[in-house]
Design a protein around this ligand. Sequence first.
Ligand code: PEP
Length: 251
Amino acid sequence: MGRKCIIAGNWKMNLLPDQAFDLVDELKHELKMKPGLEVVLLPQAPLLTFLAEWTAESGLTFGAQTSSGHREGAHTGDLSPELLQALGCRYALAGHSERRQDHHESDAEVAAQAKAQIEAGMRSIVCVGETLAERESGQHIEKIQNQIKAVYTAVEPSLWGEIVLAYEPIWAIGTGKTASPEQAEEIHKMIRNLLEEIQGIQMSQATPILYGGSVKGANAADILGQTDIDGLLVGGASLKADEFISIIQAY
Ligand code: PEP
C-alpha cells in the first residue's frame, strides 16, 4: 500500500550518555538504511540534544517518549511539545501503557498530548492496547477502539496524516510473550477497518500501524510480514545494537 516502514526503539528509562553514545555510534556504522524505512530512536528527554548531534546526517531520526498535553506554560516538570520539536524531535510517543499506568493518563489526556505534539510539528505515535484480563473477558476490541476514537476526536482532521498508531498488547510488553503474527494482524486489521470508518479508505490505507511487545530479531520478520503491520515499536531489544540491527534488517 506504499506505507513507509517505521521501526522505533523506545529506550524507556535506560542508558547513561556514554552508553547512549556507544549505541548510536554502533547503529550509525552497522546499519544499512533502506529506502522506505525510517528508524526512530526514543531516548530519555535529557539525551535529546545529544541525539540531535549524534544522528546528524546519519539517516536516523529521534523523538520523545512523552510530552505535555499543553503546548507551553505553567506546567512544572512537564515537557513542552514545542521545545521537543525545536530540539529536532520528528516523533513523540503518546499514551505508552507505562505512562497510562504510572501516571494515570486517561484516553482524553493521551488525545490532548497527541494533538499538542502534532500542532507543534511532530508526528505522534499513539500507543493502544489491552491487558490480559481485558482480552480474556472480551473487552479488548472496545477498549482499543475507544483509545483510538479519542485521538481522532481531539485532532483536527486536516492533521490526521501525522498520527501513527502502535498496537501494544500490555501482556506482551517486557514479558517475553509476543502476540503471534496472526493475533497481531487480527487487531491491526480491526484497527484499519475502524480507521476506514473514521477517515475514509484512502487515509486509512496511508496510516502506519506499528506493533510492539517483546519484538526480537527472531520474530521481527514474521510480524513485519503481516499485511496491516507497518513497523515496530521495540523496547528492551532496542538497547542492544546487534539485536536492534537484526530487527531492522528483518525489514
Ligand atoms: C515498548 O516499550 O513499547 C515495548 C514494546 O517494550 P518491549 O519490546 O520490551 O516489550
